[in-house]
Design a protein around this ligand. Sequence first.
Ligand code: OGA
Ligand code: ZN
Ligand code: ZN
Length: 376
Amino acid sequence: MSVTETIHPAHPPAFWLRDNCPCAECRDPRTGQKLFQITDLPDGLAIGAVRSGVPAADGSPGLEMRWEPDGHRSVYPQAWLTAHAPGAAPATGAPHAGDGRTEADKETWAAADLAGRIPEAGWDAYIGDRRVRMRTLESVVRLGFVLLRGVPPRDRMVLDVARTFGFVRETNYGELFEVRVEADPNNLAFTGARITPHTDNPYRDPIPTLQLLHCLSNEARGGDSGLVDGFRAAALLRAEDPDAFAVLTRVPVEFAFADARTELRAHRPLIGVDPLGRIREIRFNNRSIGTLHQPAAVVEEFYAAYRSFAELLLRPELQLDFRLAPGDCVVFDNTRLLHARTAFAESGARHLQGAYADLDGLLSTLSVLRRGGDRS
Ligand code: OGA
Ligand code: ZN
Ligand code: ZN
């Protein structure tokens, strides 16, 4: 059936609709990319005649629109309009689905929640089985980490692990960094010192969003690992001390790192929130937090809030403790999880190789896997 309708008040806003025109004049059919500028659309753009039951380019039932004043013709698949029109419930059912990076789309945890169910996968299954690969990467997205077991404890293997889902982020520490006792360390990580829960590289902007730590040997006394879900901790702070939470989302903090060849700094709050106030990014590192330059009253309230958050992050019930064995590689979201290690005897053999990568690449790999592509 094909009927001519007049403009319906429930039609989506004209510029939104026209910006999404799927026709070959508006979108390059090879790449799907837009061929026009938003400024190319005429002033006074309005929906003219509308007909339903017109087949869309993909053959599905569509809605045809004629545009005033330029006479352009668009045909929108009905299913696309239902799924995307402003005011329609997003696919997830949430009123504001967001970008998948905030607390709204995560399963936050305390240590007991993961007792007996640490997300892990064997390296051979991960490489050989597409569904295992999907589950593994989903764990990083949902819980913030995964533990890969049986990764060959070979030099530079951590880079091969990163390349299974994304791209290595090279930094001043190199393509990879050696976590072992160094004679002349430029970072406390390269000594036997205890390292309390922190995120890495907060002095970098953009920050590496993923970190990998691959264990080659761990024979030293001590050197056990810990992970804390920073989103859970920040949500607890918000519940227990909303003013402190607000301060930490608001006050930009300078993080800095310097050695003979490098000088890095970034200004960011400890708790980053999205435009709707949802927790999206944690930066916390007592080693590299710099000097706060703010009025005295702000400094006072910042330090009170910083101490409250730091105490909360040290609560034993929040920290998942485990010990890396040779062949283990932990992959984690460096914008959400904090990692820690206990002190270890510098005489013992402990050697990890670390690398950075980014969540966007991992999310892309996961989306392609979900499409059913990249079969192996
Ligand atoms: C690091 C670090 C943890 C460890 O190198 O950034 O936190 O287990 N290392 O040695
Ligand atoms: Zn068009
Ligand atoms: Zn670290």
